[in-house]
Design a protein around this ligand. Structure first.
Ligand SMILES: NC(=O)c1ccc[n+]([C@@H]2O[C@H](COP(=O)([O-])OP(=O)(O)OC[C@H]3O[C@@H](n4cnc5c(N)ncnc54)[C@H](OP(=O)(O)O)[C@@H]3O)[C@@H](O)[C@H]2O)c1
Length: 353
């Protein structure tokens, strides 16, 4: 009997290894498409209608905002965008790491077009007060936003934590901050659209990876928090809320993209050293995409695949996903999630004055 068990185990282990190796091999092979994606991005960017130049100097360069642009997928997208525009865009990186941001900005081609510039804004997006301050600053200084890319994430542990505002920081970064930035910056995106320019919101998450939302316990405040609940439900929060955004803003393009396995900074802050080392090694050895490769694929989806307004679900190669993989909510469910999200993203009183 023990021999049968060990044989089954060996067989299962071999099959698992074979499947994993095949998957990684295939994925690696497909990453070799990078050169053609890069060429296509360079070409596509030159065909996007130039932004309006008739009003202020500020509006002559496209405006791209990257919350989470100081590392990982967001950084890859910002770098690819800067390269293909020859630096001739107003690029705003938002995050907390000013040193990383400066190094990234220094690597961008230097802007020569009117209104083109590159800047960093500090924002700890786990705090609604900080999100509000940053959004207010953007609303005051910008006349339009063409691309709003949202990819902030920070994982210290898998258990429940609490910010000084009493919120779970992973939930805020994965969903609530992204909701707040999208909703409150929408007037600037509408203005871009009215001027005949591109207006696209790009969320890096996991389209189709969420299975079912428990509408009786939005935000996990009643029935309790667990990492697996978050993993099972939160990607669907993004799918569903973008359906509501699209219903309210029929001229704007909303994209929810899965980056696939990217060798990013995601495991760098895990509080348990052994986990940190394990994940870092695992990422390095088995994750096929560098942040640069992922950035090009994701940029391709933003510039080229998402051709018209509505909601787009995008896979790791920047291609559209089959519709049946995505949770489609009823109008009532969308409204419930909308009301919940508005309630959860109000900044504390002291920061509203
Ligand atoms: N990497 C993957 O394999 C993978 C796979 C599937 C899905 N995803 C998803 O893709 C998204 C991006 O992941 P990534 O791999 O690019 O992560 P990453 O390399 O760790 O980058 C995360 C970004 O979020 C920013 N950030 C972290 N905490 C922040 C805070 N409190 N306020 C503002 N910004 C903050 C970081 O900037 P600062 O440090 O400057 O604050 C950084 O720019 C995540 O939602 C992740 O779940 C990733």
């Amino acid at each position: 009997m023990p021999t049968t068990n060990s044989t089954s185990f060996a067989l299962a282990a071999s099959l698992f290894t074979l499947t994993l190796t095949t998957y990684i091999y295939k994925t690696h092979r497909r990453t070799s498409n990078l050169t053609s994606i890069r060429t296509s991005n360079a070409n596509d960017i030159s065909h996007i209608p130039p932004c309006s130049t008739e009003s202020t100097e500020e509006r002559s360069a496209p405006v791209a905002v990257f919350l989470g642009g100081t590392a990982g997928v967001g950084r890859g997208m910002a770098e690819a965008y800067a390269k293909h525009t020859n630096g001739n865009a107003h690029i705003i990186l938002i995050g907390r790491n000013a040193t990383n941001a400066q190094a990234i900005i220094d690597s961008f081609p230097k802007p020569t077009a009117p209104g083109a510039k590159h800047e960093f804004i500090y924002c700890d997006a786990t705090l609604m007060a900080e999100c509000k301050r940053t959004i207010d600053d953007l609303l005051q200084r910008l006349t339009t936003i063409n691309y709003l890319v949202l990819s902030p994430m920070f994982v210290r542990s898998f258990h429940k934590e609490e910010t000084s505002e009493g919120k779970e920081p992973k939930l805020v970064l994965l969903y609530y901050a992204r909701f707040k930035f999208t909703r409150e910056l929408m007037p600037l995106m509408q203005k871009a659209k009215e001027a005949g320019e591109d207006a696209k919101v790009y969320i890096v998450g996991g389209p189709g990876l969420g299975k079912r939302i428990d509408y009786d316990d939005l935000g996990f405040s009643k029935k309790g928090y667990s990492f697996w609940k978050v993993r099972r439900q939160f990607p669907a929060y993004l799918d569903v809320i973008l359906q509501e955004f699209a219903a309210q803003n029929p001229l704007i393009t909303f994209i929810h993209a899965y980056s696939g396995p990217v060798r990013s900074a995601l495991a760098d802050n895990l509080e348990w050293p052994l986990f940190r080392i394990f994940f870092k090694v695992f990422f390095e050895l088995s994750f096929p995409f560098s942040h640069t490769a992922s950035g090009e694929h994701m940029l391709h989806a933003m510039l080229t695949m998402a051709k018209h307004p509505g909601v787009w679900s995008i896979d790791m190669f920047g291609e559209t996903m089959p519709e049946q993989k995505i949770v489609v909510a009823t109008e009532r469910e969308r409204k419930m999630l909308w009301e919940h999200s508005i309630g959860e993203t109000v900044a504390p009183e002291s920061s509203t004055s």
